[in-house]
Design a protein around this ligand. Structure first.
Ligand code: IFM
Length: 449
């Protein structure tokens, strides 16, 4: 039986991308170098040896891309602004050509009847700021507030929803602890300091954005991974809780004014001497919405399992190409966890989607198709979970598919396709996949009549 979807008529239906993953044109019109330019051009960092130099060439093809969004019936487009296009050296001299690009894009979206949902930071720190210490340095938080000021002063009049950061957990832990993302550092104290300064930057930017764009909602997007203990043993529950502390509560607790969770701090085992007394009040300034990115849950088994119970919780048999379990019910858990903080009465799913190795087929009559039944099913089940979460009282206001396009998937290069629109990287041809058509049908059925 098909799951029923029951969304309110004013629910926002969108799709998401980010600057470095789609724009290309990394040397155009005065753009400065970002940490991702430096990282991708360092041999051995990206699995297929590629980079975002050209990506989906969205910088040049945006009019065609906006037309495609309109054709698909999207109501909102979540994209990110590349800091190095606006302030090539991170702070100081403003690059008007960079602002003009986003201004044209925003005008184009508005003319097409699509609401622009810009994010100020989706991981592409100007390299000049990394050279001065990057996110582990407190100065970077103040530089971000200056950048937010420039952007919202110039573009703020046409935007109703600003997001400060996308997934600070990834910037901190993957960029500065695991080193699998730019800038590729591997130091726990640096990573923790980075996480704090990302949150501080968010808090510092809030009044700046509100001042420049008083009409707009301002919020932040976190990536939530629900962790389930492998058994009911104390060891597994403790291990699972610790993961939750560092991935989820590490960001939600400070936003709620509670500071970093004690169990997370204990797990890291470092001095948190970069936290100043006034910071908590800054970080927990009120927000108008919270964005949740959800892809998967993880089952946690304690490492020292000597006193452990037999495993009772197991993964299902459905995984995406990222090796992430397909589990729509855990999206409800993620939304519930965030809702429990009562950070705001508006929650958006700002990313949700799946990578699969789909193929382009061309029919005898020359029609291009991408049949991606697994991705269709992913959206079907996860949208049903959203509908259920709404029924259960989660104030969900919108959903953004990740991603509008196949694009540069960070350390995986172009080997993982998340798009509901296929991109042929040789010709830059776009083809709406079956999942894109399915999503359009959902939008139509939920908004009309
Ligand atoms: O591609 C990324 C995106 O940039 C941030 N959230 C997760 C996606 C899939 O890995």
């Amino acid at each position: 039986m098909e799951p029923t979807l029951n969304f309110p008529k004013d629910f926002i239906w969108g799709a998401a991308t980010s600057a470095y993953q789609i724009e290309g044109a990394v040397h155009a019109d005065g753009r400065g170098e970002s940490i991702w330019d430096r990282y991708t051009h360092t041999p051995g960092k990206i699995s297929d040896g590629t980079n975002g130099d050209v990506a989906c060439d969205h910088y040049n093809r945006w009019p065609e891309d906006v037309a495609l969004m309109k054709q698909m019936g999207l109501q909102a487009y979540r994209f990110s602004i590349a800091w190095p296009r606006i302030l090539p050296s991170g702070r100081g001299a403003v690059n008007q050509a960079g602002l003009d690009f986003y201004s044209r894009l925003i005008d184009g979206l508005l003319e097409a009847g699509i609401a622009p949902y810009p994010t100020l930071y989706h991981w592409d720190l100007p390299q000049a700021l990394e050279d001065e210490g990057g996110w582990p340095s407190r100065d970077t938080a103040y530089a971000f507030a200056e950048y937010a000021d420039v952007v919202t002063r110039h573009l703020g009049d046409r935007i109703q929803t600003w997001t400060t950061f996308n997934e600070p957990a990834v910037s901190s832990w993957v960029g500065y602890l695991v080193g699998r993302h730019a800038p590729g550092r591997t130091n726990v104290a640096d990573a923790a300091a980075a996480s704090h300064h990302l949150l501080l930057a968010h808090g510092l930017a809030l009044p700046v954005i509100r001042n420049n764009a008083p009409q707009a909602d301002v919020g932040i997007t976190v990536d939530i991974i629900p962790f389930d203990p492998a058994s009911a043993s104390a060891a597994d529950r403790h291990a699972s809780w610790e993961k939750d502390a560092l991935q989820n509560r590490w960001f939600l607790d400070p936003l709620a004014g509670r500071g970093f969770p004690n169990d997370g701090v204990a797990a890291l085992g470092i001095e948190m001497d970069f936290v100043q007394s006034e910071d908590s009040a800054i970080i927990s300034r009120p927000i108008d919405f919270i964005g949740v990115n959800y892809y998967r849950r993880n089952i946690i088994r304690a490492e020292s399992a000597t006193e452990n119970l037999p495993q009772t919780e197991f993964y299902g048999d459905d995984f995406t190409e990222m090796d992430w379990e397909v589990r729509a019910t855990s999206l409800i858990d993620a939304l519930y966890q965030v809702h429990g903080y009562r950070l705001s009465d508006k929650i958006f799913v700002t990313e949700n989607g799946a990578a699969y190795p789909d193929e382009l087929t061309i029919s005898e009559t020359g029609e291009r198709h991408v049949h991606d039944p697994k991705r269709v099913n992913y959206y079907k089940t996860h949208l049903a979970a959203c509908s259920q979460a709404l029924e259960m009282g989660v104030p969900l206001k919108g959903y953004f598919a990740w991603s509008l396009f196949d694009n540069f998937e960070w350390g995986h290069g172009y080997t993982k396709r998340f798009g509901i629109v296929r991109v042929d990287y040789d010709t830059q041809e776009r083809t709406i996949k079956d999942s894109g058509k399915f999503y359009s049908d959902v939008i139509r059925s939920q908004t009309q009549g």
